[in-house]
Design a protein around this ligand. Sequence first.
Ligand SMILES: [Zn+2]
Length: 215
Amino acid sequence: MNFLKKLISILIIFGIIYFGVTWYLKPDKIKDVESTINPEVLVNYNHQIPSDKNIKLIDYKGYRIADIAYNDLVDMDEAAQKDGVILQINNSYRSTDEQKQMFNDKLISYQNEGYSYEEAYSQTKLTVQEPGYSEHQTGLAIDFSESGNQIHNDQMWDWLKQNAYKYGFILRYPEDKYDITKITYEPWHYRYVGKEVAKYITQNNLTLEEYVGGN
Ligand SMILES: [Zn+2]
């Protein structure tokens, strides 16, 4: 009898420890692994990606996306499919090293075409941001395109222009805003800012620079 009492006591103690530990470790308590980057963060030629923020990346069809944009991207993809449009991603998150590589490759290709280093550098900057200054390093930017398929691209870009804001994405480099963004028109480049902000920016024909109030 005494043995049975001891056994029950031990089981109760282990039970309490088990449930205590499980509660403590439940997912919403592990805050430090989730993204702390603000979806409205301005990253451009003048604003480097903040180094004190964490970006948690999730794989989506082989591309890395910040966790805070993930659910809305999935919803957008499903909505496009319902309208008969397949969204093809060809670029998302890039690390600083990958951005460096991309910048240098472009720079070298311009130099090979005969441009001087200075000319090649300024040409490169028109389409590729310097390492540390690319939105792709936030995990919040996505390029939608399929190389060699202009019909599909036009279809995707039309759909995105009409609908992306409903899912928190904005056309980041519009045709008539080069003076502000310093990036030429990119119909494929979309940036996650959250639904409310995306709606406001799109309906008022603004850039993120204008929205946050600074270049
Ligand atoms: Zn891009």
